[in-house]
Design a protein around this ligand. Structure first.
Ligand code: Q46
Ligand code: ZN
Length: 296
């Protein structure tokens, strides 16, 4: 690992990932061994590696898998659900499964087709649906925190995108831990300092079966382009991706001296249909999408 000036054998690498995860959890005060933790699992390497590590470290975890109904050549959603179920069974862990087609009548591609103003990008619909379901399940079942497998490459790509378009509100909100407020469950990213190569190495060395194919909708996305650019930079200057992200976290207090106020969260009200937080009175965006007459 050029970025850390470190080389480890298999056994020590697996231990290193567990130790570093524990360190991140403590450093960013994400959660404790007493908290019930809901892990959002997609069947991909990051979320399965995270669930495995948290389980090994003795945290109280339950998985949440959302079947998005994405097919493509490899039947992406069904395959990833099978692998997630297999992992849960092997490790005797509880897994909640939500199938959006059975629950809400349409899958992600269908939701993205049926919009009054024309087609919406599948990833926008998908993000909205996932955020809604994750927050709903976590609050209903009383989990203390929702954790996701976002790694350093994901965080650096989002940061890069928000910087080049100066999305100040998004920059303000980007952090390894987002505290609870007004019906929004706390969210934590214990893997935010791991390179994608490190989580990939972890699943291979720990013998975890995961979905290797990417979601067909991710091909050519801005996030993937940003990741490629950052990988080129990383290739020239090892450690630059980590420095970009960590120095941003450090600079945040200076950039946003009023960081404790969160204008977005302060404005939230309760959705009249589902009871989840929404920025405007009435129905939230999710309920509007589900109830829109052209979807029936
Ligand atoms: S699953 Fe959903 Fe991603 Fe596929 S449709 Fe886009 S957002 S690319 S993490
Ligand atoms: Zn709602």
């Amino acid at each position: 690992m050029r970025q850390h000036k470190l080389a480890l054998c298999k056994q020590h690498f697996l231990e290193w990932v567990c130790d570093q995860t524990e360190r991140n959890i403590n450093k960013y005060k994400l959660f404790t061994k007493e908290d019930s933790v809901l892990v959002a699992v997609s069947g991909g390497k990051d979320s399965l590696a995270l669930w495995d590590v948290l389980n090994k470290l003795g945290y109280k975890t339950t998985g949440l898998y959302i079947n998005l109904g994405i097919t493509g050549e490899d039947n992406y959603s069904n395959k990833s659900q099978l692998l997630t179920e297999k992992f849960a069974l092997k490790n005797e862990l509880t897994l909640h499964i939500v199938n959006i087609k059975s629950e809400y009548g349409k899958n992600i591609p269908e939701f993205s087709e049926t919009n009054k103003r024309g087609k919406t990008k599948p990833c926008s619909v998908c993000g909205l649906v996932k955020r809604h379901i994750m927050n709903e399940i976590a609050s209903k079942l009383d989990y203390a925190v929702l954790v996701t497998g976002h790694n350093l490459d994901d965080e650096a790509a989002v940061l890069f995108n928000n910087v080049i378009s100066w999305q100040v509100d998004f920059l303000r909100r980007q952090a390894p831990f987002i505290p609870a407020k007004k019906g929004l469950l706390p969210k934590a990213k214990p893997f935010c300092r791991f390179y994608e190569r490190e989580t990939a190495a972890y699943v291979i060395l720990a013998n975890i079966e995961y979905i290797e194919e990417e979601c067909p909708f991710s091909i050519g996305s801005t996030t993937i382009q940003n990741k490629q650019l950052l990988n080129e930079l990383e290739h020239e200057r090892a450690g630059s991706k980590l420095a970009f992200y960590l120095k941003f976290l450090k600079a945040k207090n200076e950039l946003f001296p009023d960081l404790k106020e969160n204008k977005y969260v302060d404005k939230l009200v309760v959705c009249q249909t589902c009871g989840q937080p929404t920025p405007k009175p009435g129905d939230c965006t999710f309920c509007r999408m589900i109830n829109r007459s052209d979807l029936k």
